[in-house]
Design a protein around this ligand. Structure first.
Ligand code: FES
Length: 138
């Protein structure tokens, strides 16, 4: 079901070394992506604690996306693999909090993937829009 007129608030945690640069490239190369995506630069995707994601989703955000370097490319060797493990924990926590698993996503975006960054943000925003506002907003 589509929620007309509802503008989801999306938080995107992007690692400094790849995904943030990918977001920057998307901007510089004028790739369109929704303006309701707020980018938060973190040093590595592995540094984003699951509590941060849950806090965001229970305190105003409608969707959270975590973007990191492709496997093998993490500046901190295996931070992105840690992020992947944390994503599994996050999905379980979402269930406990009564939140749809589609409100969270983990993606790998390199510094040269500006087009992919924009595409992922468009898709994710659309998906979260279909879910409607976070139930914690009410
Ligand atoms: Fe990008 Fe670790 S530095 S995921």
């Amino acid at each position: 079901m589509e929620h007309d007129g509802y503008d989801p608030l999306i938080l995107a945690f992007c690692c400094n070394w790849c995904s943030y640069a990918g977001a920057d490239l998307a901007g510089v190369s004028r790739q369109q992506y929704p303006t309701n995506v707020r980018i938060i630069r973190v040093m590595c995707s592995g540094m984003v604690h699951p509590n941060l994601v849950i806090n965001a989703l229970t305190k105003g955000a409608d969707g959270v996306i975590m973007c990191g370097c492709h496997p093998g490319d993490c500046h901190y060797i295996d931070g992105n693999l840690k992020a992947q493990k944390r994503a599994d924990a996050i999905f379980l926590m979402l269930e406990d909090f009564g939140l749809e698993r589609e409100r969270f996503r983990l993606e790998w975006v390199s510094a040269s993937e500006g087009i992919k960054f924009a595409e992922v943000m468009r898709q994710f925003t659309e998906e979260v829009q279909k879910l409607g506002p976070s139930p914690y907003k009410a």
